[in-house]
Design a protein. Structure first.
Length: 286
C-alpha cells in the first residue's frame, strides 16, 4: 500500500494547467471566465488581502470540484493509462479530492511508482510530503499470526479520510480490515469541543446540551462505523470532561463536582455513541 500526502495541494495548484484541463471538459466560455475570475479573486486572512498566482482557498465551495478536475488528469488517467499496463500485478487507486492511497499486489511495483510519482507531480507544480508519503505493508496476517503478536509480522496501518485502517480479528475469528478514528482527527475534534464550551459557557444548560448533542450526532454520523465504538465512547467522555470543566469555571465557586455533574447529566443527557454503518471486510485468504 502506498500512502501519499500532497504537500499543500490547495496552496500550490497551478492555474495555467488547471485552465488547460478545464478547457478539455468545459465549452461554455461564460463558465470558464467565471472560474477564472474566482481564481483571481483575493483571499482575506487576518484582515489582509492577498492575490496569489496559484492555489485555491481551502474551504472554498468550488475547491473540491477544481481539485477533482485537476487530479483526474494529473493522477487518475495517468495511473489507469500509463502506470497499470506497466505493472507486474494488480493495483488500484482510491482517491477523494486530494487524499488518496494506491494498493499493489507486488512490492516491486510499489517501489517503481513511489520513485516516479514525485516526478509526475513535479511536472504540474506539486510535491509529495517527504515524511507522510510512505510504503505500508498492508496484507492479511498469516493464520499463525496472533492478534496480540508484537513481532514484525503484523501488517502496518494507513490513514485515509480521518480513519486509521488496520487489520483486526472479527468475532468469528477472521482477519478483517477495521477502521478507527485517526489520532490527529480525534485530537482536533476534542479541541474544537473545548473551544466551543469555553466560548459558550454563558448559555443556558438546555441550549448547551442541545448544541453539544448536535455536535456529537454529527461526529457519530461520520465516525460511527462498526469496530470504532471505543474511539466514539472516548470522544463522548472527552465531551463530558470539557463540558464539566467550563461549567465549573462559570463563576469563582468551582462547585461543579462530579456528583453534581452526574446529576446534571441525568437531567441533560448527552447523546450516546452508536455505530450507523458497517465497513468490515474479511480477508480473501485468511
Amino acid at each position: 500500500m502506498l500512502e501519499v500526502d500532497i504537500r499543500k495541494f490547495f496552496d500550490n495548484l497551478d492555474h495555467s494547467h488547471l485552465r488547460q484541463f478545464l478547457r478539455l471538459r468545459v465549452r461554455d466560455g461564460v463558465l470558464l471566465r467565471l472560474i477564472d475570475k474566482w481564481l483571481k479573486a483575493g483571499v482575506m486572512e487576518d484582515g489582509n488581502v492577498s492575490y496569489p498566482d496559484s492555489g485555491s482557498p481551502q474551504g472554498g465551495v468550488i475547491s473540491p470540484l477544481i481539485s477533482n478536475v485537476f487530479l483526474h488528469y494529473v493522477l487518475d488517467l495517468w495511473f489507469e493509462q500509463d502506470v497499470k499496463p506497466r505493472l507486474k500485478g494488480n493495483a488500484f487507486l482510491i482517491r477523494y479530492a486530494d487524499d488518496f492511497v494506491i494498493g499493489f499486489r507486488h512490492h516491486g511495483d510499489a517501489d517503481r511508482v513511489m520513485e516516479v510519482l514525485p516526478k509526475r507531480f513535479g511536472k504540474y507544480g506539486l510535491t509529495v510530503h517527504p515524511t507522510k508519503t510512505k510504503l505500508v505493508r498492508f496484507r492479511p496476517p498469516s493464520s499463525r499470526t496472533k492478534a496480540d503478536d508484537r513481532s514484525g509480522d503484523r501488517p502496518g496501518t494507513f490513514d485515509l479520510l480521518g480513519f486509521t485502517h488496520y487489520w483486526g480479528v472479527s468475532l468469528k475469528g477472521y482477519w478483517v480490515v477495521k477502521l478507527k478514528t485517526a489520532a490527529d482527527r480525534f485530537t482536533r475534534a476534542v479541541r474544537s469541543i473545548d473551544h466551543w464550551c469555553h466560548d459558550n459557557r454563558h448559555l443556558s444548560l438546555p441550549e448547551q446540551q442541545h448544541k453539544l448533542n448536535q455536535k456529537l450526532r454529527g461526529h457519530y454520523a461520520y465516525y460511527g462505523v462498526t469496530g470504532n465504538s471505543e474511539a466514539m465512547n472516548r470522544f463522548r467522555q472527552e465531551v463530558e470532561n470539557r463540558w464539566r470543566k467550563w461549567l465549573n469555571r462559570r463563576n469563582n465557586i468551582r462547585s461543579m463536582h462530579w456528583a453534581k455533574f452526574c446529576a446534571l447529566l441525568r437531567r441533560y443527557p448527552l447523546a450516546p455513541a452508536r455505530a450507523v454503518r458497517s465497513t468490515l471486510r474479511q480477508a480473501a485468504n485468511p
